[in-house]
Design a protein around this ligand. Structure first.
Ligand code: AMP
Length: 113
């Protein structure tokens, strides 16, 4: 089932896009939890990490490389940041289109809530 992120990919609804290529899209979270809060999503509709397959190996790697590049572009690479992939209900996932949260610009705490 398609989600709101698919509509962002298809440019049916607006988003503050910071990066795009053939495989993925990155845009600012509409309800930021840190000064830098960007979502990196595959254009392929994968609901969550629970559904990734061997075929997605390169795609998943690509998403993390893009996250690392965006962190540099956003100026949080040296200070530090967190990449998080909420997965399914107890993981706190709300939108069932796989996404990496890039959070930075403040001190992160551990353990996460
Ligand atoms: P998660 O709980 O991991 O599924 O995270 C979903 C994230 O998507 C939340 O941080 C929301 O604030 C964010 N979000 C939902 N709708 C939009 C939207 N239209 N544009 C940007 N971010 C969104």
């Amino acid at each position: 089932m398609s989600t709101i992120f698919k509509k962002i990919i298809d440019k049916e609804i607006p988003a503050d896009i910071v990066y795009e290529d053939d495989l993925c899209l990155a845009f600012r979270d509409i309800d930021p939890k840190a000064p830098v809060h960007i979502l990196i999503i595959p254009k392929k509709e994968i609901p969550s990490m629970a559904e990734v397959s061997e075929n997605d190996k390169e795609l998943i790697g690509h998403l993390y490389l893009v996250a690392s590049k965006i962190a540099k572009d956003e100026g949080v690479s040296d200070s530090g940041y967190r990449l998080a992939v909420n997965t399914n209900n107890e993981g706190g996932q709300e939108v069932y289109h796989l996404h990496i949260h890039l959070l930075g610009g403040r001190q992160m705490t551990w353990p996460p809530g």
